[in-house]
Ligand binder design. Structure first.
Ligand code: IMP
Length: 188
């Protein structure tokens, strides 16, 4: 059993990014992406499940024509707060991205191992261009150096939940990004 309480908020030590801060940043990112892709037709590829709220909010702040596609990946390792780097594709793209301008929409880049895997996979599908938009960047633990084209927030090396991010599949429905109390995963 984990130490998760029925009151999700009680497990959050500190609100790192408020709903308002996230909203403002998503508007800013959407504006920049709309300018940068003015000439083209964009395909947003989001990675379930953590990127779901970010994708849903970001796509509505982009004003150029776009398509969306969804992948789902899982890192081996269950409840752990550590990324293993071994990635399994649970859901593949639904449509071809051959010749398309693709923007990969990610929730958080931690070690970079998941992103590294995904980039190699997507490059193999011959997109015309491939860029990355990540809401959160946790550079302290980076193992693979990957330039991120659009970053929402750079955050310290803490395990965060909310706005799509989970621990043990919970906390995704919090409207903010908060630091999870270590006691929650230490007792897991
Ligand atoms: P990476 O492969 O280490 O970059 O990890 C990427 C994935 O690990 C993310 O898409 C998240 O699913 C998960 N992850 C990394 N850090 C956190 C965190 O602080 N909270 C929740 N999930 C995280």
């Amino acid at each position: 059993m984990s130490g998760q309480s029925p009151d999700l908020e009680a497990d959050v030590a500190e609100v790192l990014l408020s709903e308002e801060q996230i909203r403002a940043k998503v508007v800013e990112l959407g504006r920049q992406i709309s300018v940068d892709y003015l000439a083209g037709e964009l395909t947003l590829v989001s990675v379930l499940k953590g990127s779901l709220p970010f994708m849903a909010d970001l796509m509505r702040q982009i004003t150029v024509p776009l398509r969306i596609d969804l992948m789902e990946v899982s890192s081996y390792g269950g409840l752990s707060t550590e990324s293993s780097g071994l990635v399994r594709i649970l859901k593949d793209l639904s449509s071809s991205i051959d010749g398309r301008d693709v923007l990969l929409v990610e929730d958080i880049i931690d070690t970079g191992l998941t992103l590294n895997y995904l980039l190699r996979y997507l490059r193999g599908k011959n997109p015309r261009s491939l860029k990355i938009c990540a809401l959160l960047d946790k550079p302290a633990r980076r193992l693979v150096d990957i330039p991120i084209d659009y970053t929402g927030f750079t955050i310290p090396d803490q395990f965060v939940v909310g706005y799509g991010l989970d621990y043990g599949e919970l906390y995704r429905n919090l409207r903010y990004v908060g630091v999870l109390r270590p006691s929650v995963y230490e007792t897991a």
